[in-house]
Design a protein around this ligand. Sequence first.
Ligand SMILES: Cc1ncc(COP(=O)(O)O)c(C=O)c1O
Length: 487
Amino acid sequence: MDHSRVPVLEALQEFRRRGDVAYGPPGHKQGRGTDPRVAEILGMDVFRSDVLSLNGLDDRRQSQGVLEQAQELMADAVGAEQAFFSTCGSSLSVRTAMCSVAGPGEKLLVSRNAHKSVIAAVIINGMEPVWVHPKFDAERHMAHPPEADDVRNGLREHPDAKGMLLITPTDWGTCADVRAVADACHASDVPLIVDEAWGAHLPFHDGLPVWGMNADADLVVTSVHKMGGAIEQSSVFHLQHDRVSPTVLKQREDLLGTTSASTLIYAALDGWRRQMVEQGHDLLDAALHRAERVRARLRELPGLKVMGGEVVEEDLAAEFDPLKIVVDVRDLGISGMQAAEWLRANCHIDVGGSDTCRISASITHADDEETEKLLVESVRSLVERADSIERRPAVHLPEPGVLEAEQAVLPRDAFFGPAEQVPAERAVGRIAAETISPYPPGVPVVAPGEVITAAVLDYLRSGVAHGFLIPDAADSSLETLRVVARP
Ligand SMILES: Cc1ncc(COP(=O)(O)O)c(C=O)c1O
């Protein structure tokens, strides 16, 4: 295929060249009505290129097939049989993928180290999750994706399960053996869906962990705004084999997606694909060398543990994305969250992720010598000034196994059924009616339907005292919790 073509960008350029006037949305009419104070910050081009798909990018009958062509090029670029763009982020794509495989009341194996969007999908789709627990790395206090044996066992115990949802890479860049998990699923003739939100760059360099499509997964979802170069909310479904029907996927996407997809997102996806096909290998090669240099420099600093390839070990991670710079800061006497706050306030850098133990920074094709140096120098300042950072009450990190809660009620029933708000001390032993996800990384510690234990509550409440942000709990202070009402 001709990867120098960019159908969406070309159609947009043509729309602007013709100077079409639209009498439908968006009401700003390609910037005619945009307040100059807004344009001064956002730029007028954002508005000029903000057109609808129908009667904008393409005609009413989509007869030019602009989007189809762009999606075919994307599929070709990454070795998928088909690709579909979504402008609703992987939050919605994962939900769509899940409900394309398991309907209400049906079982789906789900890796429990899931992002809150996966738990939301379980609730809204009304499926019965069969949790597959991640590998808990006690030394690093980190969960790695589950292994093929865990999936095989799940499928043996639940032969009626419709498939498996695997999350890999994790927010911290550790990966599953996707091929082995796909083999386990295919041996039971069920599809493997991979939430590869963090893996949009993987198809374009063989020094990166194996890409889901190359590892035989059936349906892979990526967020191209995370490790790729498209704008926020850009997400792609990639499909191969015949275990998930493209018709079913499209219809379920239609059920959930917006009817006013952003052309800006489509255009950015289109451009990213061209850039990666033409220059991706070299750009990612440079990024990989940069990440190695950053890791080496940070390893020279006292009080830091910099994660690298050594995390790839039997019973831990199967692969590791070297573009993730993951640094454990506990020996500095502060948490990862405090380190992230300090770096933002004092060095004006925002690390992508932080939790009790660590910070993480992603190196992408966009980094250069300046951003490389800034990252290293900022972390060096953090190390030098760590003693001046206030000591906060410690988070009581849970022991391995503590987070594997009993699922007493279906998540949907617990979430939508009668519930009551009870003081935290009375919540122990009760069934959660809400999701509780410290953010970032947004992996729920408690999912609706799970039994709340004293150890989990102690961990969460010590986390709140330390500075956890819990946006999804009804009472984010966790003074009270929402639990299933007693009959
Ligand atoms: C593993 C995983 N899946 C899905 C999502 C949701 O992706 P998006 O932000 O594109 O909606 C995230 C977001 O952080 C994530 O980490």
